[in-house]
Design a protein around this ligand. Structure first.
Ligand SMILES: NC(=O)C1=CN([C@@H]2O[C@H](COP(=O)(O)OP(=O)(O)OC[C@H]3O[C@@H](n4cnc5c(N)ncnc54)[C@H](O)[C@@H]3O)[C@@H](O)[C@H]2O)C=CC1
Length: 399
């Protein structure tokens, strides 16, 4: 058993199949219908393989100085003096007890607030904090325009005074994921994760002595033992199991009411991704999966920074009876394409206030990506079946 990747060749083969089918019937007298079916199928396929996203990525990387930005960031991480200089002209994100500060734009859309260093110094002084406190910031990354971004924890300052001064609100990160774009969610998540890591790694686990950070916050060192500590992520597998026409989602008792997600679990020491996936599905729902297919990965800030490795898998359609481990899961159910489509089309704005009967994690969560890919693939399959049926009819082969 091994992990399969969707390769360019595989995509071309699939694309070629649909295209050949189309060309074969091009001379028949139903161009419009076939055109429509063909386009629907291809679009679904492109979406499901995220080809558009990848094209954008390649385009932006080759045209926007991606390499120079990356090298600049690398220097800031390692060179304390360069990092201190960068902080003088940076954009800083604020967190209050790890909750990021959000602001509403004029059009009513929420965004992660960020402040120029000079402005933030003034704000800090207004709320009674020394302006040099800004040096406690950690390097997060840089914008497309190579402007460095930092995160700063201001939990010691009175929350409401700061919110008033900054014209924003500190929002719990899980809730913020429903309010801001996926790319802002990723930035806010990284900022929170870095702050939390520094808060919980202030002492050397070998000597018990305090550790000190470098300027960027990319590591901490114990001056006594010389041990260097780097921010860590724990690998977690997450898998969307399909029986060919339905997908399996589960919920833990701690989930907000109505929310179901893909199966997930931490990798054990010494385990491969494949082994962890097989074990987690067997443990949680008593099923044996096959045909693992890699989908993507994501940093997830909870509980202490997880590195999510997302896959699709199938089970034998004759062996779909779930046997739930009640210690881990409250429920696990098979969902149809129609149920999934409805859930994807109606994401809750604030699930804790008015929970829908059934909903899935927000678009930033990789579980959502897996569910979308599965739905797109199912739609493609249905389009292809309809197309084939139509072509068979045209040829008089319909049964
Ligand atoms: N981004 C996404 O779409 C999703 C992310 N997740 C995340 O995946 C992670 C794992 O999810 P679960 O199904 O609850 O895992 P799980 O089924 O492995 O259960 C969690 C338990 O694993 C143990 N554990 C083992 N190694 C651990 C480690 N390194 N850190 C913390 N606990 C560890 C603890 O006892 C913990 O209570 C969670 O952080 C969850 O938030 C889960 C679903 C969707």
């Amino acid at each position: 058993m091994h992990l399969a990747m969707i390769t360019g060749d595989q995509f071309c083969a699939d694309f070629g199949q649909v295209k050949r089918a189309y060309c074969f019937h091009e001379h028949k007298n139903n161009h419009d219908y076939l055109n429509k079916q063909f386009i629907v199928g291809i679009l679904a396929m492109l979406q499901s393989f995220k080809l558009f996203n990848n094209c954008n990525l390649v385009f932006s990387r080759s045209c926007s100085g991606y390499v120079s930005r990356t090298r600049y960031l690398m220097r800031l991480k390692e060179d304390d003096e360069a990092c201190r200089e960068a902080l003088k002209f940076a954009n800083v994100l604020l967190y209050h007890k790890l909750a990021p500060l959000l602001q509403k734009t004029r059009s009513g859309v929420c965004k992660v607030a960020s402040f120029k260093t000079a402005d933030l110094k003034q704000i800090l002084e207004k709320v009674g904090k020394d302006k040099h406190f800004i040096n406690e910031s950690f390097l997060l990354g840089c914008t497309d325009k190579s402007e460095p971004q930092f995160s700063l924890e201001v939990g010691e300052v009175e929350r409401s005074a700061l919110e008033q001064e900054c014209r924003g609100t500190f929002v719990d990160l899980r809730k913020a994921f429903f309010m801001i774009t996926p790319s802002e969610s990723a930035l806010a998540a990284k900022g929170q994760a870095l702050l939390r890591w520094h808060q919980t790694n202030g002492f050397c686990s070998a000597t018990g002595q305090p550790t000190t950070r470098n300027q960027s916050g990319s590591f901490r060192v114990c001056q006594s033992s010389g041990i260097t500590y780097y921010p860590k992520m724990s690998p977690v597998v997450i898998v969307l199991v399909s029986d060919g026409s339905r997908c399996l989602l589960a919920r833990q008792a701690m989930f907000p009411p109505g929310m179901y997600s893909a199966l997930s679990g931490f990798c054990d020491m010494g385990e491969s991704v494949e082994e962890a996936l097989h074990r987690e599905v067997a443990e949680e729902v008593g099923l044996e999966v096959e045909n693992l297919q890699y989908s993507g990965s994501q940093h997830w800030p909870f509980p202490q920074s997880s590195f999510m490795l997302a896959c699709h898998a199938t089970v034998n359609p004759n062996k779909t009876q779930v046997n739930i481990d009640k210690a881990e899961l409250e429920d696990a159910r098979w969902f149809t394409l129609e149920e999934i489509t409805t859930a994807l089309q109606n994401p809750p704005r604030n699930p804790r206030e008015q929970p829908p009967v059934f909903w899935v994690p927000p678009s930033y969560a990789i579980a959502n990506q897996l569910i979308r890919e599965w739905a797109n693939q199912q739609q493609l399959l249905r389009s292809t079946h309809r197309l084939k049926f139509r072509m068979d009819q045209q040829q008089g082969f319909s049964h």
